[in-house]
Each structure stands twice: as structure tokens, then as C-alpha cells.
Design a protein around this ligand. Structure first.
Ligand code: IMP
Length: 427
């Protein structure tokens, strides 16, 4: 029995979907523990493309148990849409479980997300507009509604009335907006709840039982470490803890139960939304990365900001997650650059830093110090072993390993399931 966590080490969009899909082959239970439909995973399985926002990618394996944990915030209508789309592609929901403790993202959260962004004016965060921040605010303020409330008509009515009287007040008085009609929202929510009811229950009990039965459990992180509310580039972060340690509270397993943490990093760096990005390349080479890597958001379609791998940020991410080994994705995208830059440190005035400063304002000002590595022209898409990679691509992988003191055990060379190189004891 092994409990593993697959975690993004950058600003999300590291290609975790593909790594999770690969690791899911070894697990019987796949669990998401934080975030909501701000996430977007693209998985290509048997030639078919699946875009998942809320449901863990384990759903693509009919025999595996797929869990949405209590640390998530879930828009019930978006979830139903995702379920319907997957059902149309003959995906089974017989082994799908939804925590009764997961919080609901409701329409007023979406409006508030948008209004709060407008109020930030020049200090926008560039959120995904999915209501994630306001839903976590309600959770912490103890006025949130949870999945379990959908199972009890009277309780749902009372909780919704209380939440709406608060939010309608804010919407009307602070923002001059129309209030929500209680009855309309209640009816729609009750109807959604009726459809979700078969999946809702206490998933912590189930997880513990499966763990004791010896099943392999895989935690699927969403977003990335640099978007973690405590360990990311605050305030340009999401509203949840995205690090591996959050899998405990987010799913209801004790901290000592996680056996290994797998960090996923892209071979270069991208970011959507605002905030510091020391190695961003706004020039033609950055454009080439965007074009070759198809760097457009799965959730919002926004073009991603692109740049070079940043080792101080990656070192920080490996540390705060306790990463045991790394998966390096999309190395094939680096083809055709005469030289590949990797930031090994930062220059701040006279000083050289090797570690990421936790002061976000300082991170905005620093200059990366680059090591230039030789590029390659070959297409890597058909490489299946490390030795198949051209010498310069091998050197690139080894350079990262040496700098971080961690092994890279999976190397993604293309979008398809089989386009991945495995090394060492990755299973
Ligand atoms: P929120 O999570 O929608 O509140 O957005 C906060 C920040 O996190 C914004 O910069 C978003 O672009 C970013 N973000 C949230 N989810 C993801 C993701 O899954 N991938 C990449 N960026 C994300």
C-alpha cells in the first residue's frame, strides 16, 4: 500500500494531468483535495482528449475509485456539466465519491470574484473568475454551504437563506447590484443536489477503510506550489493550500500517511494571471515556447506568460512539499532553441541570491542569473528511453537533477499517454 501525492511545483499548468494519469495506473484510489474548477487538466487517452476541471483524472479508469475531497470548493452546476459530458463519452461514475464536507461555489461567489477584481484596479490578480476566492472566504467565515447540506431540504433552505441575506446585502449596498431571488436559487440548487446525491457521503471514512485494505491512494494536486496561499507568490495566489501537506486536511488522512511526494515541473516556466515571473521572456523565444507548447489556459483560454526554468523557485517548491522525485514535462517543446536558459540564482543589486525570496515585492525586482545550455533540433516525441534523447537534452535533465539534488524519474516527450520516458523506481 502506497499513498502518493502528485503536486505542481510551478504556477499550475505543469502537465500534472498526464503525470497523474500515468501514476493512476498504479493506484486504485485517486483523490483531489483542494481548489475547484479554476483547475484544468487535459488528458489524452486512447486518442481522445478529455478536459477535466473538477473531477480527478482517475475517472477515466472505470475500475478505480475517484474522490473529490472535503478541501475542495465545488460549483454544483459545473460539476453536473462535467459529469454529463463524460457520461456522453461512456465514462462510468459507479466509483465516484463526493465529500459531504466540500464547500459549494454559488452564483454570488462568481459575481463577487468579478467585482472584487474590478475593485483591485491596477492590482488585479487575474483570477479565473470561477468564484474560488469568495467561496473559500465564506468557508473561513463559517457561512459556507456544503455538499452535505444538499441532502436535507430544510437545512439547505435555512443555510441558503442566511447566506443570501448576507450576500444580497453586500451586492445591493456595496456594489449596487440586483439581489438574488432566494426561491429561484433554492429550486435550482435542490434540483442539482438531487442529481448529485448518489455520490455524496463521508469520504474520510472510505479513504481510511481503503487504506487499511491496502489500496494504493494517489492525491492529485491542482494549481501549483507558487499559487499556494501560504507558500506562493502572495497575493498573486489562489485561495487554498496547494502543497502536498494540504492533502491531509483536504481529504482527511493524517500527515504521516503520505509515503511519497512527486513534484511535477514543466521543462520551462509559464504563468497565467498577474504576479512576479522573474524568468518571463516577452520576446520571440517566449512566443516560440507559447506556440510550440500550446500555452493557452484550459479553463479560461488565456495565453500563458512564458519563460525559462527557474531553479530557485523550483528548489523552494521541492522544499515546502518535501518532494521525493520529479516528473519533467514537455521537454519536447524546447526543441529548436539554439540555447536554453535556466535561472540558477538572482541578482539583487550587489547581492546574489540562490533561494527564492519570500518577499513578493523583492521577487518582482530581482534579475535572474542564467546558465546557458546547448539546445537541440531533434523531435523528441518518439524517444522512449533516456538514452534515446539527444545528448543535449540528456544534459539538460542531468543539469536540473544536479542543481536540485533530486532524481527526475518521468520525462514527458509529447501529449499522448505513451509519450513519456520512465527512469528508476518510479512505480
Ligand atoms: P483563482 O484561483 O481563480 O482565485 O485565481 C488566482 C490565481 O491563480 C490567478 O492568477 C489564476 O490565473 C491562478 N490559477 C488558478 N487556478 C489555476 C490553474 O489551475 N492553473 C494555473 N493558474 C491557476
Amino acid at each position: 500500500m502506497t499513498v502518493s501525492a502528485v503536486i505542481g511545483t510551478q504556477w499550475g499548468d505543469e502537465g500534472k494531468g498526464k503525470v497523474v494519469d500515468m501514476m493512476a495506473g498504479q493506484a486504485q484510489v485517486i483523490v483531489r483535495f483542494q481548489g475547484g474548477n479554476n483547475a484544468g487538466h487535459t488528458v489524452i487517452a486512447e486518442g481522445e482528449k478529455f478536459e477535466l476541471h473538477l473531477i480527478p483524472s482517475g475517472i477515466l479508469y472505470p475500475e478505480k475509485k475517484t474522490v473529490m475531497g472535503g478541501g475542495m470548493v465545488v460549483d454544483p452546476w459545473s460539476l453536473l456539466e462535467e459529469i454529463d459530458e463524460l457520461r456522453q463519452k461512456n465514462i462510468s461514475f459507479d466509483n465516484f465519491f463526493l465529500s459531504d464536507c466540500a464547500h459549494l461555489v454559488l452564483p454570488y461567489h462568481l459575481i463577487l470574484d468579478q467585482l472584487e477584481e474590478e475593485m483591485r484596479a491596477s492590482q488585479k490578480l487575474g483570477t479565473t473568475s470561477r468564484g474560488i476566492g469568495p467561496a473559500y472566504v465564506d468557508k473561513a467565515a463559517r457561512r459556507g454551504l456544503r455538499m452535505g447540506d444538499l441532502l436535507h431540504r430544510e437545512r439547505l433552505a435555512a443555510r441558503l437563506q442566511a447566506a443570501l441575506s448576507y450576500h444580497n446585502n453586500i451586492l445591493e449596498k456595496a456594489f449596487g447590484r440586483e439581489p438574488y431571488s432566494y426561491q429561484e436559487l433554492f429550486n435550482s440548487l435542490w434540483e442539482a443536489g438531487q442529481r448529485l446525491a448518489p455520490y455524496i457521503g463521508s469520504t474520510t471514512l472510505l479513504l481510511d477503510r481503503w487504506r487499511q485494505e491496502g489500496l494504493n491512494i494517489l492525491f492529485e494536486g491542482a494549481q501549483g506550489t507558487l499559487l499556494d496561499i501560504d507558500h506562493g507568490t502572495y497575493p498573486y495566489v489562489t485561495s487554498s493550500n496547494t502543497v502536498a501537506g494540504a492533502a491531509g486536511p483536504g481529504a482527511g488522512l493524517g500527515p504521516g500517511r503520505i509515503d511519497r511526494v512527486i513534484g511535477v515541473t514543466k521543462a520551462y516556466q509559464t504563468r497565467v494571471g498577474e504576479g512576479p515571473f522573474p524568468t518571463e521572456d516577452p520576446g520571440p523565444e517566449g512566443d516560440k515556447l507559447r506556440k510550440d507548447g500550446g500555452e493557452y489556459g484550459v479553463t479560461t483560454g488565456r495565453p500563458r506568460r512564458c519563460g525559462w526554468l527557474d531553479l530557485p523557485l523550483l528548489r523552494h517548491a521541492c522544499r515546502v512539499n518535501g518532494v521525493d522525485w520529479l516528473a519533467l514535462t514537455k521537454i519536447d517543446v524546447l526543441r529548436g532553441h539554439p540555447q536554453i536558459r535556466v535561472a540558477t540564482g538572482y541578482q539583487v543589486g550587489e547581492d546574489k541570491l540562490e533561494e527564492m525570496p519570500t518577499d513578493t515585492d523583492l521577487l518582482q525586482k530581482i534579475e535572474p542569473v542564467y546558465e546557458m545550455l546547448p539546445g537541440w533540433e531533434e523531435d523528441l516525441i518518439n524517444c522512449r528511453t533516456f538514452e534515446d534523447l539527444p545528448a543535449n537534452a540528456q544534459q539538460y535533465v542531468q543539469f536540473i537533477e544536479e542543481q536540485l539534488g533530486l532524481p527526475i524519474q518521468l520525462i514527458g516527450v509529447g501529449p499522448q499517454r505513451q509519450q513519456i520516458i520512465t527512469r528508476g523506481d518510479w512505480q
